[in-house]
Design a protein. Structure first.
Length: 284
C-alpha cells in the first residue's frame, strides 16, 4: 500500500497541475476575447450573420447560403471567407442531414455526387488560376438565364423532367467546382433539380445531403490551400450557435411555406443572388 507521504505528494502534484491548467485555460479564453476585439465588433457581427445564413440554408432554404461569402468578404478575402465558413457548413450539415434523413432523392444523389467530386478536384487544381470574379460571373449568368427561362419561357407548362444522367453529370460537376471556389454551388444544383418538380421537403433534403457530402470532400483540399489556425477555429466556435439557430429556423420555414411559395422564393432568391454576383464583378 502507498504511504501517507506518497499520497500527500500525489495530491499536491495533482492540485498544482489543476491550478496550472486553470491558469492556461483563463489565458486562452482571454486571448480569444482579445482576438474578437482585434477583429472588430462590426466584423464579428458580419461573421455571425454569415453563419446564420449558412444555417438557414441547411435548414431547407438553399439559396440564402450564397449570401454568406459575399457578406464575409466585406471584412476578409473571398477565399479566406470560404475556407473559414467550411467548418460552419459541416456543423450545420450534420443537423440538416438529421432533420431530412428520411426525405431526399437517392437517384439525384447518385447522378450528382460523382461529378461533383470531379468538380471539386478541378477547383482545387485551378484555385491559383481561376479568379473569384470569373466564377461569380459564370454562376450569375447561368442563374439569370435559368430564372428568365423558367418565368418567361414555356418551362412552367411542361411535365416534370426526369433525373437524367447527362444533365446530372454536367450540373453536378459545375456545382462541385463553384462550391469549392466560393460556396456558390446552389444555382447549378437548382438548375438540375427544380425542373423535376420534386416535393419541397424532398428538394430541401436532397440539397442538404448533397452539399453535406460535398463540403466534407472539400475539407482536405482546403487544408492544403490554407491550414486552419487556432484563431480560425476560435472564431468558428463563436459562430456555431448562430448557425445552429439558423438551421432550425430554416427547417421550420420550409415546412410552413406552401410549395408554390417555397419554389417561387427559391427562384427569386436565385435571381437576386445572380444579379448581385454579376453586379459585384461589373462594379469592381
Amino acid at each position: 500500500m502507498p504511504s501517507l507521504r506518497s499520497c500527500r505528494t500525489s495530491a499536491t502534484s495533482f492540485a498544482h497541475s489543476l491550478k496550472k491548467s486553470r491558469i492556461l485555460l483563463a489565458l486562452f479564453i482571454q486571448s480569444r476575447f482579445d482576438q474578437l476585439i482585434e477583429f472588430g465588433s462590426t466584423g464579428f457581427v458580419i461573421a455571425l450573420i454569415a453563419a446564420w445564413f449558412v444555417g438557414l440554408s441547411k435548414g431547407g432554404l438553399p439559396i440564402i447560403a450564397m449570401l454568406s461569402v459575399p457578406i464575409l468578404s466585406l471584412v476578409m478575402s473571398p477565399m479566406t471567407g470560404a475556407i473559414l465558413l467550411l467548418p460552419i457548413y459541416i456543423i450545420s450539415d450534420a443537423v440538416g442531414v438529421w432533420l431530412y434523413r428520411k426525405q431526399y432523392s437517392l437517384i439525384n444523389l447518385k447522378r450528382l455526387l460523382p461529378a461533383a467530386f470531379v468538380g471539386i478536384f478541378v477547383g482545387w487544381a485551378t484555385a491559383s488560376v481561376v479568379s473569384d470574379a470569373l466564377v461569380a460571373l459564370l454562376v450569375g449568368t447561368m442563374g439569370l438565364i435559368f430564372v428568365a427561362y423558367n418565368w418567361f419561357g414555356k418551362q412552367h407548362l411542361k411535365a416534370a423532367k426526369p433525373a437524367s444522367v447527362g444533365r446530372g453529370v454536367f450540373w453536378g460537376g459545375i456545382a462541385g467546382f463553384t462550391s469549392f471556389i466560393s460556396h456558390t454551388g446552389g444555382p447549378p444544383f437548382q438548375m438540375y433539380v427544380i425542373p423535376q418538380k420534386l416535393d419541397k421537403l424532398v428538394f430541401a433534403g436532397t440539397s442538404t445531403i448533397f452539399f453535406a457530402i460535398v463540403n466534407l470532400a472539400k475539407l482536405p483540399p482546403y487544408m492544403m490551400i490554407r491550414p486552419y489556425s487556432l484563431d480560425d477555429m476560435a472564431l468558428t466556435l463563436w459562430m456555431v450557435p448562430s448557425a445552429l439557430l439558423g438551421t432550425f429556423m430554416g427547417a421550420y420555414l420550409t415546412k410552413v411555406l406552401k410549395d408554390a411559395w417555397f419554389f417561387k422564393l427559391v427562384e427569386i432568391g436565385l435571381l437576386l443572388v445572380s444579379i448581385k454576383l454579376i453586379a459585384g464583378v461589373v462594379l469592381s
